[in-house]
Structure formats: structure tokens, C-alpha cells
Design a protein around this ligand. Sequence first.
Ligand code: PGA
Length: 249
Amino acid sequence: MRKPLIAANWKMFLNVKEAADLAGAVCNGNTDYSKTDVMLAPSFTNITAVSEAVKSSGKPVIVAAQNVYTEESGAFTGEVSIPMIKGAGAGAVILGHSERRNVFKETDEFINAKVHKSIEAGLTVVLCVGELLQEREAGVAFEVVLAQLGKSLAGVKDLNKVVIAYEPVWAIGTGKTASPEDAQAMHAEIRRFITRIYGEHTAKSVRILYGGSVKPDNIADLMKKDDIDGALVGGASLKADSFLKIINF
Ligand code: PGA
């Protein structure tokens, strides 16, 4: 049985105090952590404050960074390293988010290097994949997503610390969710791919999250699907009440 994971991606929102307050409010919610894992991904500047808020609540909430650089230290102005995010309290990192891929032009090869370094450092990796609207309309969504997955995971031997997040780009921040059936079809395809490369045991245990306009009123139908193991939530994670409703789907 795969334990659901509900992850908040706070993107480039919230100042230090707002992030700490929101983390505190989420941790104060009535969540059964034996049934669901919860992750919060604040911006770099807010990781320390969010980690402290989580720690003082005593709740087993995972704190994640939204990105990281491959090198440990050096002359890389503006970058943030794995030791830095770990030191700030992160136990996980989101990699390959479509905004990293499309706005910042990150390649699968670069994402793959970050995946390797993050796993070596003991971080949990939430690896995002997803097709653009024109790719879906052209009927190549499966191909695109599996190619991203294959390249981003190249050389990765063990998926123990990897969570996959399928996020169709056309559904992110647009209010358009993939239908539970379309999401399930992609998740099943991803799981078949994992079976081919890593075997059935791994494929059965790896969690595949859906992301893209997940809201309190659509989470339950998504979670009914066999291969949907949780959600990566942007907009609806920025308010404690809506995020808690999603956690308690
Ligand atoms: P959204 O974002 O829930 O606001 O669509 C999801 C994401 O980008 O992770």
C-alpha cells in the first residue's frame, strides 16, 4: 500500500513571517499522519523559519526546497547548494518543476544531475514531469512525459527516495484540472514505465502525485484513482483551510 503524500508548493509567494505562520497553521490542523504524509515547500529564504515552525509543532511534516544547485559550494552567484538547504532544515527537494523547465530553460540533463546529487545527499526528490498543451493536442503527451522521466532518471539505480509528480503544464495555475481519468491514464503509463526499468516491486511502491489546479473540491475524485498517490498543490496550498481540506480529502 502506498501512503498518500500531499505536498504544498508555495512557489515565489509569502515572506518569512507569512510562511512560518502558514506552516504553523497547517501543523495545527487535525491531520492523521498515520494515513497521509504532508510536505511543505517554501522558498529558500523561508526554509529555516518553516522548519522551526514544524519542529515546534512536533508534527512529522516534511520540509522541501523548490530547487537546488548541483555544486556543494563555490563561485556560483545566486545559487543555493544541497548542504545549504539541508542545513536550513529541508529533507526533500522538488526538481524539474515545469516553471524551472519552461521559464528557466532547465534541461533533462541538468535535472538528472540534480536528482543524482540530491539522492546521494539523502534528500527525498519530488521529480516533476508534464506535457505542454500543444503536446497534448498533438497526441504526444505520453511520449513527452516518458522521455522526460527516462532522461531525468538516467543512471538512477534506486527509486526509494524518489516521488514522481505528473503535472500537465496546461493545468498549472489555470483552474483546468486534468480529468481524473486522463490523470489516471498518465499515472498508469508512468507506472508501467517504472515497471519496465525498475521492476514490479519498485513500481508498486513508488508514489506518483498529480499536480495542476488541485483544489478541495476535486482532490477526492483524483485520489479515488488507483495510480494517483497524492498531490502537488500550488495555489490552493497558500491558505491553511483549503490546504487542510486537501490533506483530509
Ligand atoms: P497549481 O500549481 O496547484 O497552482 O496549479 C501546481 C504546481 O505548479 O505545482
